[in-house]
Design a binder for this molecule. Structure first.
Ligand code: N01
Length: 867
């Protein structure tokens, strides 16, 4: 007789995992009145704190902060015993949370999910467990943790060892006694660094196999920090609020001290204070630029290396323990208790795998390129398939039979790290593309759970049943995640943040590094903007407001936010003299730009008097003549001078390998149209006539300029063509003013809030040219004849009122048969592309500028690009 097909259980939501995030998610789902089931592979709650029971396992975020905040009564009842709690204590805490809220009744233990499929007809997920159970649910929520799937040993012969093998991430519950044993530990990440000192206490011989030396800071464990406890006692709610809106999920004021600018005394003082504090967020906050500037990072890294050398007595071992292959912070730094001191013990030895790689694990030990080691036990502290491992392992199939594994073959793609297109009603808690592992997980978990719960409530209230990101919104978020990473040193490291620890895993920066505060704001903005980028459907009607939540480069946004705090007067409300003063004052503290070979100042004769110039010569060979670029500064024909654009000129010089001759021109309102244009043309004529004396190559002359400087550069090209010379090889026009029409869409979109405003442009035009002159091609070159002009490199910025006229000029030049190289500065403003050393995301755009200049001089000797 046929067995009746079991009727699948039905719940509103299935949650996978009963760690911090799964427990809190269940609590919130119940609060909403939704039926929910948590599937947990272990036989108890705890998640990462269930599995990682190796000796020395502790949190490395202070317990004042590594704790739930959703239950104020629990906060009162529970007191952590130490600054950094042990694994058993954290597990006890999570058990208490489960029991206090009666969560266990909705948790099925020892239940693994073998597959999850989206049923298009029913609009339900069909979940299958290892026991063959079927569960149907509307919402499928992965609370599987970021570091839960251990990396399988990728070492030759790993299965051959005859003795016991232990993984830090799957430690036996009864513990391990290494007394009298010869023990090998492979791996020196957080798990290795925490466990090695304790294993050394028991083992008769301990050999640590290190592939990459790691930065580690003494934890100075003990009672919870008194200053934090005091703050909590005084205003717990305020403290938690500050944590939620902090950069890392702990209320730490981000420093504005730049490592490269600080005195030796200040550097040392800040470093020693952070070292004494023994907290990750302090040591990562010594300098504002340590995460982005190699020179600043080196200062911190060297001070840590000094500490290691001062502790480890054997100089060769000390040197091997000094991290030199990655920037500090680009691999997860560790907190330790007596880690480096352990290497002073006579029975502990470090084997540097970069000196002698492992050839194979053998039956009785480990063979390296130089030695054979015999062991009684091997401990793998080799890490995890981080952030994506648990998600793709769960065999998730969304719409049209697309599996998550297939979709993410080239790296994860998510919207806010919470959802992914093609997988309706599928949520990831602390998924890739969210701050997660770069933050205090407790804060990030609560934020994600709260967001999901809020979303489910809104859907229910509005009669909506499915939710899924659009491709556009998701692509935009992925881009933003990568943009944030790209301005840091992170992508340079072979870290698990990059997926580099798992052979064959795509190299993509996985978490969101823009900050917990910025991230929370983005999530809130999505909701505020009617669930921007999400398609929602149900009896309440289908709807989708498509769009990208963060289009601006993160450092550009930071500069704008900073400028807003300065509360500067709008330029157009000032006199020209005061506006010039303001520009000079705001430029005073900026980085100077790259070193060049030589800088000389001089004057050239202009039509109405001398014009000051500054000549930049690139560093290095060849020492002979170079192509020459005449450059004109920006400033709306009213402001600016040789100093205002000095850093940009330096960078163009280094990137192009050409001489840059920056020339001042007469300014309005003292000298109105066409004075600036005529000066520019005169400067080009003079440069051509004097090329040899300047060190230039005769006949290799180009022009360049930014903003109004690009205007006069473009005009100079038209005048030179009309006058039959000089011959100009190319024109680089950076965010050019080429028309006097203030109505194109880019003026509507970007006319306010991005420094160059419509009002300011109007002010510039009013000073520069009478309305009757504004159609003259010498004021508005877009209106001129564009045939026979030199090849152009044109840069436009997304958030620039002038964007559309730049594009229009490119199109019009092309139509006139002029070769054009159009570069879109994605996510940039009119000014941000020129902010050398401040806006790092502008570096690729400036590299493009240098490249454009190079193409103007094909016969010039190739130069090495300075990136
Ligand atoms: O893992 P890891 P982990 N041959 O990947 C080495 C969190 N955590 O378990 O750097 C030889 O950091 C590998 O070398 P390399 C925390 O976020 C927190 O220690 O790839 N060696 C590395 O040294 C942490 O970052 C706490 O060259 C091999 C080590 O193994 C994350 O979990 C405690 C190898 C792996 O280090 C992961 O930490 C513990 C091979 N084939 C963990 N493969 C807290 O304190 C790998 N290695 C809260």
């Amino acid at each position: 007789m046929n067995q009746p097909t079991p009727v699948p259980e039905q719940v509103d939501a299935v949650v996978v995992g009963a760690g911090f995030s799964g427990l809190y998610m269940l609590y919130r789902l119940r609060e909403l009145g939704l039926s929910a089931k948590v599937l947990e592979a272990a036989d108890d709650v705890g998640g990462t704190w269930y599995w990682n029971r190796y000796p020395g396992a502790r949190c490395d975020i202070p317990t004042t902060d590594y704790t739930f905040s959703f239950d104020p009564e629990l906060e009162k009842e529970w007191t952590w015993s130490e600054k950094y709690a042990t694994q058993p204590e954290i597990l006890d805490y999570l058990r208490l949370v489960a029991d206090r809220h009666g969560l266990r009744s909705d948790i099925e233990f020892s239940a693994t999910v073998t597959s999850a499929r989206w049923d298009e007809q029913e609009e339900r997920w069909r979940i299958t467990t290892g026991r063959g159970e079927q569960i149907r649910c509307r919402y499928y929520i992965m609370a599987t943790g970021c570091l839960s799937v251990p990396k399988s040993p990728d070492i030759e012969g790993a299965g051959r060892f005859a003795g016991p093998v232990y993984f830090t991430s799957r430690w036996p519950h009864e513990g391990v006694d290494f007394t009298g044993q010869r023990v090998a530990v492979i791996g020196t990440g957080s798990s290795g660094i925490q466990s090695i000192p304790l294993i050394a206490r028991q083992a008769s011989q301990l050999t640590v196999f290190q592939r990459t030396a790691n930065f580690s800071v003494p934890a100075h464990n003990g009672p919870a920090p008194a200053d934090r406890l005091k703050l909590l006692d005084e205003d717990r709610a305020g403290y938690r609020h500050a944590a939620r809106w902090s950069r890392g999920g702990i209320p730490v004021e981000p420093t504005d001290v730049l490592g490269v600018a600080a005195s030796e005394e200040v550097r040392r003082e800040r470093f020693e204070a952070a070292w004494a504090q023994g907290e990750l967020f302090s040591i990562l906050n010594i300098f504002a630029d340590q995460g982005v500037n190699p020179a600043s990072n080196d200062i911190v890294a060297e001070m840590i290396r000094e500490k290691i050398r001062s502790v480890v007595t054997d100089p060769a071992t000390a040197e091997a323990l000094c991290p030199k292959n990655h920037y500090f912070g680009t691999k997860r730094p560790c907190l330790d208790t007596g880690y480096f001191e352990t290497y002073n013990l006579p029975h502990v030895r470090l084997v540097d795998l970069r000196e002698q790689p492992i050839v194979s694990i053998t039956e009785d030990g480990i063979e390296t390129a130089e030695e054979s080691f015999g062991f009684d036990a091997i401990v793998y502290a080799t890490g995890f398939d981080a952030m994506t491992g648990a998600l793709v392992a769960a065999d998730v199939t969304g719409r049209d039979g697309l599996s998550l594994t297939e979709k993410w073959a080239a790296g994860p793609s998510t919207y806010l790290g919470l959802m992914t297109a093609g997988f309706p009603n599928f949520f990831m808690l602390t998924g890739p593309g969210s701050p997660s592992v770069l933050s205090n997980m407790a804060v990030s978990i609560e934020q994600h759970v709260d967001w999901v719960a809020g979303c489910l409530k809104d859907m229910r209230d509005q009669g909506l049943e499915t939710i899924e990101p659009t491709e556009l919104a998701e692509a935009g978020w992925n881009q933003h995640v990568q943009d944030c990473a790209a301005i840091t040193l992170h992508p340079t490291a072979n870290s698990w943040y990059m997926g580099a620890n798992v052979p064959g895993k795509p190299l993509v920066f996985l978490p969101y590094i823009g900050g917990v505060d910025a991230y929370r704001q983005a999530c809130d903005d999505v909701v505020e903007q009617d669930y921007l980028g999400l398609q929602l459907a149900g009896p309440g009607g289908d709807r989708c407001r498509d769009g990208v939540i963060r289009r601006m480069q993160p450092d550009v946004a930071m500069v704008l936010a900073f400028m807003a705090t300065l509360d500067l007067p709008a330029m157009e409300t000032l006199s020209a003299a005061d506006a010039r003063g303001l520009l000079a004052a705001t430029a005073a503290d900026r980085p100077p730009g790259p070193e060049v070979g030589e800088v000389t100042d001089g004057v050239i004769p202009g039509p109405a008097g001398d014009l000051p110039y500054r000549l930049y010569r690139p560093a290095g060979p060849p020492m002979g003549p170079r192509p020459l670029v005449v450059y004109f500064h920006g400033g709306g024909w009213v402001l600016g001078d040789l100093d205002s654009d000095d850093p940009l000129c330096r960078e163009l010089c280094e990137r192009s390998g050409a001489l840059i001759l920056s020339v001042n021109y007469r300014h309005a309102p003292e000298d109105r149209f066409p004075a600036a244009a005529l000066d520019a043309f005169a400067a080009v004529q003079w440069a051509d006539a004097n090329a040899v004396g300047l060190g230039g190559i005769p006949g290799q002359l180009a022009v360049a300029g930014w903003s109004a400087g690009a205007n006069v550069a473009a005009v100079a090209c038209q005048l030179a063509r009309d006058a039959g010379g000089p011959r100009i090889s190319g024109q680089l026009l950076i965010c050019p003013v080429v028309d006097s029409d203030l109505t194109p869409p880019s003026y509507q979109e970007n006319g306010d809030g991005y420094i160059l405003t419509t009002a300011l442009m109007r002010w510039f035009w009013d000073y520069y040219a009478d309305p009757s002159d504004r159609g003259d091609p010498r004021a508005a070159p877009l209106r001129g004849d564009l045939h026979g002009l030199p090849p152009a490199g044109i840069v436009t910025a997304d958030f620039d009122p002038l964007r559309d006229e730049g594009v229009a000029y490119a199109r019009a030049l092309e139509a006139a048969g002029v070769p054009v190289r159009l570069t879109r500065a994605r996510g940039h403003t009119h000014t941000s592309v020129t902010m050398v050393g401040v806006v790092i995301s502008g570096a690729p755009v400036r590299a493009e500028m240098g490249q454009a200049l190079r193409t103007f001089f094909p016969s010039a000797e190739p130069q090495e690009l300075v990136s």
